[in-house]
Structures are given as C-alpha cells and as structure tokens.
Design a protein around this ligand. Structure first.
Ligand SMILES: Cc1cc2nc3c(=O)[nH]c(=O)nc-3n(C[C@H](O)[C@H](O)[C@H](O)COP(=O)(O)O)c2cc1C
Length: 136
C-alpha cells in the first residue's frame, strides 16, 4: 500500500514520532504547518478554544497530492483533549476512499477525540482503520 505520513507538530515531539514511523514504514512524510505559527499564549488560549470547538486555522499548502496515496497515517499533538486547529484544516482536505490511521501524541496519553475524528473521516468518505493515543 502506498502510504503517506502526514503530521502537525507544535514543539517537535510529534515530528520525532512521525519521522521514526515514516522511516519504519518506508513512507513519504509531509508536515502540516500553520500559516502563522501561534505563540504559546495564543496556543493555550485561542488554540485550545478552537481545538475544543473543532475549528480550523489557516495552513500552508501541503504540496502533496493526497489522492496519490491509498493509506494516510495522520499524527498530531493533543490540545485540550482534541486535535489542534491546523490539523482540523488538514482534515478538510482529506480525499475520499482513503484508509486512515490516526495517532495522537500527548503528555497524558489520553485524548477525547476518537469519535469526533472517526465521524469527520467518515464524512469525507474515508475510513479510520485505527486510532492510537501515544504518551510522549
Ligand atoms: C496548547 C497546548 C495544549 C495542550 N493540551 C494537552 C491536553 O489537553 N492533554 C495532554 O495530555 N497534553 C496536552 N498538551 C501537551 C502536548 O499534547 C504534548 O506535549 C505533545 O507531545 C506535544 O507535541 P508536539 O511537540 O508535537 O507539539 C498540550 C500542549 C499545548 C501546546
């Protein structure tokens, strides 16, 4: 299966997990970047608010054709128990017909977004094959 690892990382931990995974899977890897990286205060205030609401912030173009891949491995840190707004922006771009594995990286190893992500991925016409919380 043609696999792409697609990740967002604010402070580098998810990036390290994604890089190791991509190397192990011999998969291509692409980073999701905020158009304007928020400072810590904004991340913990407006960023967490957006994460809870499930809203998106602007991201740079991904520079990859997601339709070329059968399987996507999506990774992101947890913000206020949910995916960060840049990750939500990427979800809007998800093509249909993909098999999607989700790995959420956090300090606690606990998130509350499995069902939300399953529903979003389904609404895009793809399938969430697995969901994992990684404590890091
Ligand atoms: C704005 C913000 C909110 C966070 N909220 C949570 C949280 O609700 N639960 C948790 O376990 N960790 C939380 N964390 C910690 C990160 O999820 C954790 O440190 C993660 O490994 C960071 O990944 P990164 O270095 O790729 O950004 C938060 C971090 C930030 C910056």
């Amino acid at each position: 299966m043609n696999t792409l690892v697609l990740f967002y990382s604010y402070s580098g931990k998810t990036k390290a997990v994604a890089a190791e995974l991509a190397a192990n899977e011999s998969a291509a890897i692409v980073e999701i970047k905020d158009t304007k990286r928020p400072g810590k205060l904004k991340a913990y205030t407006a960023g967490c608010f957006s994460a809870i609401k499930g809203t998106s912030w602007s991201i740079d173009p991904l520079n990859v054709d997601l339709t070329e891949y059968d399987r996507l491995i999506l990774l992101a840190p947890i913000w206020a128990n949910n995916p960060p707004p840049a990750f939500n922006a990427m979800l809007e771009l998800l093509p249909k017909g993909k098999t999607v594995a989700v790995k959420m990286v956090s300090a606690s190893g606990k998130s509350k977004c499995r069902e939300r992500l399953d529903a979003i991925i389904k609404s895009k016409g793809s399938i969430m094959e697995s969901f994992e919380d990684i404590k890091c």
